[in-house]
Design a protein. Structure first.
Ligand SMILES: Cc1cc2nc3c(=O)[nH]c(=O)nc-3n(C[C@H](O)[C@H](O)[C@H](O)COP(=O)(O)OP(=O)(O)OC[C@H]3O[C@@H](n4cnc5c(N)ncnc54)[C@H](O)[C@@H]3O)c2cc1C
Length: 310
């Protein structure tokens, strides 16, 4: 079962102690657990909890202040699971309710026990009675603090970032800075690939300009090479194209179909630019930028030029 946990941070910015308890709840159900960290808070701590397979850092200007509707809007496209867990704090309860309503699934608040099945226990009538109910997935459950043991440290989950800032410069600069922590962008072996989202084969000139700047190669998805005669099949990356493992792979206007991922997912660092926050490419990208290429590529070109002239 795929379980998504909405993370929360304490006032000092560290991970709220309720989160390792939710991981424990997920593990007791045999869940494959993903933690979603709003505003990127507590990402490293979340990744080090045993039993977590992936952490999604969801970033953007909407996380500067708490606005339940805006947070839910930003988080819900990234939830891909059967069970959504959150703590039954004010923020956890509210955000989980908004997301459940948005995704059309039931929510049970204030659980004190969850068993496979899924059977949920919670106090009712001010704690005078205990209700036990069965729910079918997909569903959301908020869990009272200290209902589960704390899942220990010792994990090493993969971390991906999806940046939804309305100012795309913020996201591009952060993507390059994070890539720069893993590799030397000016020396890296880079592939920049375009998909059908490029809209027209002439727009690939934008990719070639950036490629020339950094000495990169240009690739394409199969949809791009099949749709446009101008884009040769020799550029195709994927299951029936080339398998590539550059240090830096930049996917632009590519949805992230499994056959494309087969040819590039072992790249060292993956940046994805896609205007659809639900695009599957964000599930494998180390850094995802939710924006149109029309907005993002000029900034990428400007920032790479500045980086290389330093
Ligand atoms: C047997 C088989 C083998 C295959 N082999 C391969 C293979 O080797 N390689 C491969 O790539 N595919 C392969 N495919 C095809 C694969 O299933 C997908 O159809 C293909 O990868 C989709 O390409 P795409 O992402 O470019 O296009 P789409 O799926 O059409 O996605 C376009 C993306 O662009 C985004 N977008 C649109 N406009 C913009 C914009 N202005 N700015 C930013 N983003 C935008 C959209 O949100 C969308 O996510 C294979 C399929 C089969 C059945």
């Amino acid at each position: 079962m795929e379980v998504a946990i909405i993370s929360e941070s304490s006032e000092d910015g560290s991970l709220n102690p309720a989160i390792p308890q939710l991981v424990s709840a997920s593990s007791s159900l045999g869940g494959n657990c993903t933690i979603i960290c709003p505003g990127g808070m507590g990402v490293e701590e979340a990744a080090s909890i045993s039993g977590v397979s992936k952490v999604i850092s969801v970033e953007g200007d909407c996380f500067e202040t708490y606005d339940c509707a805006a947070w839910s809007e930003a988080i819900s496209p990234l939830i891909d699971g059967d069970l959504l867990l959150a703590s039954s704090s004010l923020v956890g309860g509210e955000v989980a309710s908004f997301i459940a309503a948005k995704m059309g699934m039931p929510i049970i608040q204030d659980a004190t026990g969850i068993e496979s099945g899924i059977s949920v226990t919670r106090p009712i009538y001010s704690g005078k009675a205990i209700e036990k109910s069965k729910v079918s997935v997909p569903c959301a459950i908020t869990v009272r603090a200290n209902s589960f043991d704390v899942s220990p440290q010792g994990g090493d989950a993969e971390i991906v970032t999806v940046n939804q800032s309305s100012d795309v410069s913020v996201a591009v600069i952060k993507a390059l800075s994070e890539a720069g922590e893993k590799l030397d962008v000016s020396e890296a072996d880079i592939i920049i690939s375009g998909g059908r989202g490029m809209g027209d084969p002439t727009n690939f000139s934008e990719l070639f300009e950036i490629a020339d700047l950094v000495g990169a190669a240009v690739g394409a998805s199969r949809a791009a090479v099949d749709t446009w005669d101008e884009i040769p099949h020799s550029m195709q990356v994927g299951q029936t194209g080339k398998t590539v493992t550059p240090n830096l792979y930049i996917a632009v206007g590519i949805s992230g179909a499994i056959q494309h991922l087969a040819g590039m997912r072992t790249s060292k660092y993956i940046v994805a630019i896609n205007k659809d926050p639900e695009a599957p490419i964000f599930g494998v990208a180390d850094y995802g930028i939710v924006a149109s290429w029309e907005d993002a590529l000029p900034v990428l070109k400007r920032e790479l030029t500045a980086l290389l002239s330093n």
